[in-house]
Design a protein around this ligand. Sequence first.
Ligand code: GLY
Length: 575
Amino acid sequence: MKTKFLILFSIGLYYANNIYAQNPIVGAGLEVDPYHYEITRTGTYENGTVACAHPLASQVGVAVMKRGGNAFDAAIATQLALAVVYPGAGNIGGGGFMTARIASSSSNIMLDFREKAPSHASRDMYLDKDGNAVLEKSQNGHLSAGVPGTVAGLFKTLPYAKLSFKELIEPAIILAEKGFVLSEKEANGLNSDRANFIKYNTLKKIAFVKDTGIWHAGDTLVQPELAETLKRIQKDGAKGFYEGKTANYILEEMKRGGGIITLDDLKNYEAKERIPLSFQYRGYEVISTPPPSSGGLILAQVLRMIEPFPVADMGFHSTLSIHLIAEAERRSFADRAKFMGDPDFWKVPDSALISTKYLMQRMSDFNPDSATPSKLIDAGNIPVSEQTTHISIADKQGNMVAITTTLNNHFGSKTVAGHAGFILNDEMDDFSVKPGVPNMYGAIGGEANAIAPNKRMLSAMSPTLVLKNGNPFLVVGTPGGTTIPTSVIQSIVNVIDYKMSIEKAIAEPKFHLQWSPDILYVEKGFDTRILDSLRKMGYTIQERGGIGRTEIVEFKNGKLLSASDPRGDDSVAGY
Ligand code: GLY
């Protein structure tokens, strides 16, 4: 069944504003119409499907599959299209992770194209002379940018695809060059950062700041400089980004704004293939990200800590089931703060952290009647040595691709690489800038995630696959900073324990507890009597805005079911 929501912009306004309205470019290498599009929340398909944060990007992914591509082709084309039509998080100036299953060999791969600290970065680079953290610098502007990894990641994906990169990048080029119509949410997003764009850019003219005032739904966003950057990548491959004119634009921007990324940092950036982190949950195999993301380890810890309990019998969103999951999250996030960091720089005790013995011991002080204050929970005893975006894709061959990428917060550093037209990330804030000082997600860390030259900052991104009896079952992921594992865990529990449809599993409100701060965050929609009983157990509860924008594909009865998150403009496409 398809549920369609007409995008909220006025057709009249659209015709008045859109100079391309009479001249659609469908058929010019772009089988989508960037001036008329709708949001499709769910769908059932035979051959292939994409669920992501923007309808045009989902449609681009499906168009390349129809042309003979597979799920990997769709991943590359969709990510590039998102960099144009969803500039707040879709990106070529950020980084991410991809977890995927190759149908022909029934094998799983994991690509790490996380940004890394520039070679001139140093441990205390965000501290003032009195040793106080200056978070403005780690969260905005030139110094907050890590060396981007997305373009390297897409070229690392290419060997698994069938079409040429030249063909896969073409739709993004056209969308940037000819423009696309903004939805109300996108227009509002650009307007809310207008002052930041002006503050954190060295050039007066950037595509995201409208000369004549604020953006409205129905306006067309054209990005000619980004189109030229994408053309250089089309012509010269990854070198079209990490060397030559684009690299020079980045370096000139660094010079103008006091950033520290060098040409060697760009030329030496490498995406890495890592071994995916796999574990069993109630007989299903869950496959996700290893460090430098904390996502997979948190998924494994929380799901395996709750597995011995009868979660289904406890009842969906009952006091006890929320309490159980929140307490498991509390313990896992305490471990994150102490033990997790870039494995190339820090020995992460990953097997110990997810061993049954350790997790049983970790939950041994779980009290079903009351919350355990976070100050009483330390990291375990191990012998040690918001804005992001997710795409879920599958095809009928059984290829599964989960790809999560990020600029960190909305529009990243707010700094555009001048003349190159793309936003640089502010991923340096994902490091622990000073032990005990929370980052923008309130997460704290220490030595494991301290800044060092060329080190990758700890992530929570969790692009995840679930297999049932060894066969494809779910492709799942979400943005949301430290709430990423929360949304993925609760979506998986909703499907596996509570037998929900993927659409419902996504839409149900989520709750989040990350040890520090000791607050149980909840979305709107929880039963107030349940929240009262949790308060009586000792929880401090705070309502907050949306948690996650989850996209799921499910393999069911020979069909591909696709569902996108109603919290945004997220949309599915398929055929
Ligand atoms: N920037 C959010 C994350 O990587 O977890």
